[in-house]
Ligand binder design. Structure first.
Ligand SMILES: Nc1ncnc2c1ncn2[C@@H]1O[C@H](COP(=O)(O)OP(=O)(O)OP(=O)(O)O)[C@@H](O)[C@H]1O
Ligand SMILES: [Mg+2]
Length: 511
């Protein structure tokens, strides 16, 4: 690598109508380093990197690759310059298998793909970096982590030595994240330049060599990671002093809302995903569900919301505020929602479920596709009013309430999704991955909103990835392990060690 600087961007500006996404940004990226790109939702990270990937073209400014000024007008140009980007929303073809997706779009001499040669090169890449890839597997059969692996291999296959990953860990389990990080460390060893966009500050501190911070489209600073802390980085991002505390008010007259016993669920593959789970949920509390990924948290929330078929003998009773008791087993998701038991599940692919990308915020307020898109129904609240309230409270940056949500930055899409559920005034709020993709300050805004719900007497069931947050926010913690309830703990006294032990100690029994 002849030049230490892989990329040098000088005074790059990009606007969308009246929105200045990048305002004269200059930064450099070196070979042999992992550079974190940090900034609040909508600060311009994705836009800036999309200009390197050839998806957008700058209004002004200069880009140098390997010390030479370039003009990147298409993804093809980017590949030719050794730049590859793995996007927040994957760009794979569902019906093609792994190898086909990798060679797709490759320039061919004789009009044919040489799949055998391709396969050989793919092997070299997977061996070098320790990827696991099933070449024949179709994309629609793949997990999110597998799709991401495929995207990364595709980029390497095309010879990228400058790799940009846009929030790659937002959808990964901690175990998958660790694997990815090992791959990125190997890339660094090979002298590649790696850019990591992430909102998880612990990842920034663990992995990267330098951190560049953007704020409102402007370049703010670059520091050596060794000199940074979570607090210092947050203050750079926000531009003022911040405190990162999670409030935990004492529950006020908790009322029983959900009575769940012997809840058992089988997956489509006939595996037991929930095994005789019993617990109670109170209004005015936040009940955290802890467990390693795949232990049944998702199924638990879905079962309550009517999205899972439960086995005979399972009991899910809802004690309504008017004193009536409703049996939720066998009810449709729509009926359950109409009782005030609402599920806010932020999916791995935020645009894949729950929002219609081509519609604006207001129109999306009317849609709740509990029945997987089949029969969206009208929300009784005035959608315009809801939308503007959410926009205000969560500071959603969008030019208008009618701007298609696909044009919003990732985190802003998220706020629309979560805000819609919270704003529907539920009695029970089931929430999973509410802060996925949100920057740190917005995550704390969401924790605050959940606390507000709790103070109003709402029963909040919280599923999230960050154990520290779960422990700080919850009143009680139900630990799941391999689909079984493995303890109900007082979150004020429980230790991380005990929760960790309970999360894993039944492992193997299930398998
Ligand atoms: N295609 C587009 N059309 C209109 N506005 C856009 C478009 N792409 C981005 N924007 C706007 O540009 C700004 C920067 O968005 P960008 O996606 O780069 O932010 P980000 O830092 O990646 O945010 P996040 O952390 O939420 O992913 C936002 O205000 C966004 O709404
Ligand atoms: Mg982004």
């Amino acid at each position: 690598m002849e030049n230490e600087f892989a990329v040098r961007m000088v005074n790059v500006t990009k606007t969308f109508g009246s929105v200045v996404a990048n305002d004269s940004v200059s930064l450099d990226i070196r070979f042999g380093e992992i550079l974190s790109l940090l900034g609040e939702n909508g600060s311009g990270k994705t836009t800036l990197m999309n200009m390197l990937a050839g998806l957008y073209y700058p209004d002004f400014g200069e880009i140098f690759i390997n010390g030479k000024q370039v003009s990147i007008e298409s993804p093809h140009d980017a590949y030719a310059l050794g730049i590859g980007m793995v996007h927040q929303h994957f760009k794979l073809i569902d019906v093609f298998n792994a190898v086909e997706n990798i060679v797709l779009g490759e320039t061919r001499a004789n009009g044919k793909y040489d799949l055998k040669a391709a396969s050989k090169r793919i092997h070299e890449i997977t061996d070098r970096y320790g990827f696991e890839l099933d070449e024949k597997k179709k994309v629609y059969e793949m997990s999110v982590a597998e799709k991401q692996t495929l995207e990364i291999i595709k980029v390497l296959y095309r010879g990228a030595n400058i790799l940009i990953l846009d929030e790659p860990t937002a959808v990964l389990t901690p175990q998958e994240t660790e694997k990815l990080f090992n791959v990125l460390r190997e890339m660094r060893k090979d002298g590649k330049a790696v850019v990591l966009i992430t909102h998880k500050l612990n990842e920034v501190l663990e992995l990267s060599d330098r951190v560049t911070v953007l704020r409102h489209g402007q370049y703010i600073s670059t520091v050596d990671t060794s000199k940074a802390t979570e607090l210092s980085l947050t203050e750079e991002m926000v531009g003022e002093k911040v405190t990162l505390d999670i409030e935990r008010p004492t529950p006020d007259h908790p009322q029983k809302r959900l009575d769940i016993s012997h809840l058992t669920v089988y997956s489509e593959e006939k595996l037991k995903t929930l095994d005789d789970v019993s617990f109670t949920v109170y209004g005015g509390e936040i009940l955290g569900i802890a467990g390693i990924s795949g232990c049944g948290q998702k199924e638990l929330l879905e079962a309550i919301a009517g999205l899972q078929i439960v086995e005979p003998g399972s009991k899910i009773e809802f004690d309504a505020p008017d004193g009536s008791v409703k049996d939720l087993v066998g009810r449709s998701p729509r009926e359950i929602a109409s009782y005030g038991v609402n599920l806010s599940f932020v999916p791995e692919d935020r645009l894949g479920m729950g929002l219609v990308a081509s519609m604006g915020m207001s129109a999306n307020m009317m849609l709740k596709d509990y029945e997987k898109g089949k029969s969206p129904f009208l929300n009784r609240k005035d959608p315009q009013e809801l939308a503007s309230r959410i926009r205000e409270e969560l500071d959603v940056s969008t030019p208008s309430l009618d701007t298609p949500v696909r044009k919003l930055s990732g985190g802003n899409v998220q706020k629309v999704l979560v805000g819609r559920e919270i704003a529907s005034s539920p009695t029970v709020l089931l929430t999973a991955y509410a802060v996925r993709g949100l920057d740190i300050t917005k995550s704390y805004t969401i924790y605050g909103l959940l606390n507000e719900q709790k103070k109003k007497g709402v029963a909040v069931v919280y599923v999230g990835e960050d154990l520290d947050v779960l422990m700080a926010l919850s009143d009680r913690i139900l630990v799941l392990c391999g689909g079984k309830a493995n303890g109900m703990l007082d979150a004020r006294t429980a230790t991380k060690e005990e929760i960790g032990r309970r999360m894993t100690e039944l492992q193997g029994v299930q398998a």
